[in-house]
Design a protein around this ligand. Structure first.
Ligand code: AMP
Ligand code: ZN
Length: 114
């Protein structure tokens, strides 16, 4: 359910601070500490799931909620003109934190990364 060595589990548990923008029973959203876009938040499940490879049928509703939350958050954060959603998966996918997360990136381009 949670991994004591996982940095995002520690954020969920309140052991590491984060600039939260949304929290509900299943999901947490906070600002990325090294943003690559004017608005850059991470949507994570509170449940520890390491990567998209570890997702099963029992996670389908959760994944749907993560994606459906993105446009609501972007509007709340003043992003009305488009955004990108990115899920890096595994080493070759550029994943650095092994707790499933969706980057949501918005604001005027060009961006430094992504
Ligand atoms: P990824 O390469 O997809 O695994 O992205 C991990 C993201 O987590 C990077 O964009 C990091 O800047 C971000 N990150 C790492 N530690 C923290 C933290 N403590 N608070 C907020 N964002 C973080
Ligand atoms: Zn975790």
């Amino acid at each position: 359910m949670s991994d004591p060595d996982c940095i995002f589990c520690k954020i969920v548990a309140g052991q590491i601070p984060a600039k939260k923008v949304h929290e509900d029973e299943e999901l947490l959203v906070f600002h990325d500490i090294h943003p690559w876009a004017p608005v850059h938040v991470l949507v994570i499940p509170k449940l520890h799931v390491a990567t998209l490879y570890d997702v099963g049928p029992e996670h389908e509703a959760l994944l749907g909620r993560m994606l459906a939350l993105a446009p609501r958050l972007m509007r709340q954060l003043g992003v009305e003109d488009g955004f990108r959603t990115v899920v890096n998966t595994g080493r070759n996918g550029g994943q650095e934190v092994f707790h499933l997360h969706m980057h949501v990136l918005g604001g005027p381009r060009p961006w430094a990364r992504g």
